[in-house]
Design a protein around this ligand. Structure first.
Ligand SMILES: Nc1ncnc2c1ncn2[C@@H]1O[C@H](COP(=O)(O)OP(=O)(O)OP(=O)(O)O)[C@@H](O)[C@H]1O
Length: 359
């Protein structure tokens, strides 16, 4: 595929390549922000693939780099941020695309769903006008009737009845406005969408509704979705795969059910334990806090908080290991034994951890 295929009719996008060919391949992506203290390494060597129709949940504590990763892929980082690596979207490297080429792709090919719908819907414009503007900008060949039909059909999928097509944003509840925002992203039928905390500000019922809609995306449009959230329950319900992020790295990735039932990385395990569920008897907190990304700990960045840390964890970056269930985990506990000496596997005692932190 050549770069000339970028920006073609998005409705053809799903016909390109076999179904199992990734629509998005991120390779060794690094994103850093400048700060007075030095570079904030918010995304530090991230790689993953996303296939057509697949939903990948991206989880991790606050400040682990999830939003930066999502924004980096879409090319909407704030000024001063730098990115390096490869972001292959249908075979073309988005990091090498110019700003105008990226601008063209955002919307019809690369969709975005963020929070705060009111700030993004123009209060002076009817919902119909929002749809007309979006479709006319990206698909000017559509007739007025087609614009109306496609918009109403997309809104209906989001549970917004056609009778509300000409209403103004303030005439809808917060949850409905959020669904309208999702419909505005979907009406262009992008091949890939980043949804960053799309439900955080909503009540539980609306949240459940939106999650069902997101889970239906695959059936309706074969859209691939990167869903960024703090809510592991949402990932369990709506995602095929999950990637767990810590200090700018993906520390574990795999089939969502498999990762939730048999977490391989101590961080994933601790994160799951700190989530409220019906079976929760007492809430667990992961001791400590995510590290400063200007000067993260040596070796595995989780080692100062890890209950299973070994001496090697402080000294060497963990290797990515494929799990028996077909996922991957970056943790020395799972490394082949020939990579480790006896001393490497000795437990890292708390005193050593704190003295290393002070150093
Ligand atoms: N514009 C910026 N300038 C400098 N540092 C930034 C900027 N935006 C984010 N960061 C830093 O980058 C790191 C990753 O932030 P990011 O928002 O990507 O994490 P996150 O996992 O999405 O967090 P949250 O769940 O709270 O949204 C943090 O240390 C954050 O302070």
């Amino acid at each position: 595929m050549t770069s000339s295929t970028l920006g073609t009719d998005p409705r053809d996008s799903h016909a390109l390549g076999p179904a199992d060919e990734p629509v998005l391949s991120v390779r060794d992506l690094r994103v850093w922000y400048g700060s007075e203290r030095g570079a904030v390494r918010a995304v530090d060597g991230v790689s993953f693939d996303l296939r057509p129709g697949q939903t990948l949940g991206l989880v991790g504590e606050s400040g682990c780099g999830k939003s930066t990763l999502g924004r980096g892929i879409l090319g909407i980082l704030p000024p001063g941020a730098k990115a390096d690596g490869e972001i292959l979207f249908r075979g073309n490297d988005l990091l090498k695309a110019g700003p105008r080429q990226l601008e063209k792709l955002r919307g019809p090919e690369l969709g975005m769903i963020f929070q705060e719908p009111l700030t993004r819907l123009n209060p002076l414009m009817r919902i119909s006008e929002h749809f007309e503007e979006t479709l006319r900008t990206h698909e000017p060949q559509l007739s007025k009737d087609e614009v109306r039909r496609r918009s109403i059909d997309t809104l209906r999928r989001m549970g917004i009845p056609p009778s509300r097509y000409h209403a103004y944003p303030h005439e809808f509840s917060g949850g409905m406005r959020q669904r309208i925002m999702i419909a505005l992203a979907l009406v262009l039928r992008p091949a890939f969408i980043v949804a960053d905390e799309p439900t955080t500000a909503l009540d539980v019922l609306v949240e459940a509704q939106i999650i069902r809609i997101l889970a239906d995306l695959r059936r309706s449009f074969n859209t691939s979705l990167l869903l960024i959230t703090h809510n592991l329950g949402i990932v369990a319900e709506a995602c095929d795969r999950v990637a767990v992020m810590y200090a700018g790295h993906i520390v574990e990735e795999g089939d969502a059910r498999e990762v939730f039932s048999r977490p391989q990385h101590p961080y994933t395990r601790e994160l799951l334990r700190s989530t409220i569920s019906l079976r929760t008897t007492g809430l667990h907190y992961i001791p400590g806090a995510p590290p400063d990304l200007v000067a993260p700990p040596s070796g595995c960045a989780f080692h100062p908080r890890c209950p299973d840390a070994m001496r090697v964890c402080r000294r060497r970056d963990p290797l990515d290991v494929t799990t028996s269930a077909g996922g991957r985990v970056a943790c020395w506990l799972h490394a082949p034994s020939d990579q480790l000496s006896r001393e490497d596997t000795e437990p890292l005692v708390r005193e050593e951890i704190s003295s290393a932190d002070e150093a």
